[in-house]
Design a protein around this ligand. Structure first.
Ligand SMILES: [Zn+2]
Length: 248
């Protein structure tokens, strides 16, 4: 059965080899176009568009003992829950932190085993690593419902591996550019606020594992004003499990 990911390619013969390789590359990287904002707007479930009365709060790149506990403390003060897209290699080192995330009512989700670009992974690696991370998330008490690839680069193998493991791919509708060296709490808030509306999925980072050291602080310091802004707009703030995303 053909799907919208099914791309027609000619048979790979000697003369057609370069074209065939190009088609294979397109098949591998094709789903990654979901990263592009115009494409995400046309694929609302992948982008994370949900309940118009709700905003999903999501964090990537943890768990890290130097930063994630500060986010958990702040979320506790604010009285809201979030979804944490974790890296397996960090969760393996800090399982206690994964258990704390779950115990405090938040959601663990799969970001990958390591923070590599899925489009550059050798065949088979993503399938193994997504499965390994999902197993670990479930071993520490999480449900592992969601998958978000590093850099939002959704390769065909990653998409198939996620589906095989019962994970739903979801990216984001708005981010805070909190990983940038020049980010401040004000810049993070302004960047998110520009795209903040009911049904939004907000991407922030609870760790500087894949960005400049200390880059998690502006996101942490922006949190109270961000949550307050949502509430003033009459929007509930919570994890993806409460976001009501309609998947086909
Ligand atoms: Zn990431």
């Amino acid at each position: 059965m053909r799907t919208r990911l099914d791309i027609s390619c000619p048979p790979i013969g000697r003369a057609a080899l370069p074209l065939g390789l190009a088609c294979l590359a397109l098949l591998h990287a094709g789903p990654a176009v979901t990263w592009l904002p115009p494409v995400r707007r046309r694929l609302p479930s992948i982008a994370g568009v949900g309940d118009p009365g709700h905003v999903a709060l999501t964090f990537d790149d943890g768990p890290h003992p130097g930063s994630t506990p500060h986010f958990l403390d702040e979320l506790g003060r604010l009285g809201c829950h979030a979804t944490f897209f974790v890296l397996g290699e960090l969760l393996e080192r800090h399982e206690w932190l994964g258990r704390r995330i779950v115990a405090e009512g938040h959601e663990l989700a799969v970001h990958g085993w390591r923070h590599g670009n899925p489009l550059l992974a050798p065949p088979g690696r993503l399938t193994a690593e997504i499965g390994r991370t999902a197993d670990l998330v479930r071993a520490v008490g999480g449900r592992a419902t969601w998958y978000r690839p590093p850099y939002g680069a959704l390769s065909l193998e990653a998409l198939l591996a996620a589906r095989l493991r019962g994970l739903r791919p979801v990216l984001w509708t708005v981010w805070g550019r909190d990983w940038e060296a020049a980010a401040t709490p004000g810049s993070v808030l302004a960047t998110v606020a520009a795209g903040l509306r009911g049904g939004a999925t907000v991407l922030l980072h609870d760790s500087d594992h894949a960005s400049v050291p200390g880059s998690w602080r502006p996101a942490l310091d922006a949190l109270p004003a961000l949550v307050e802004r949502c509430r003033v707009m009459g929007l509930r703030v919570g994890p993806l499990r409460e976001h009501g995303i309609a998947f086909p």
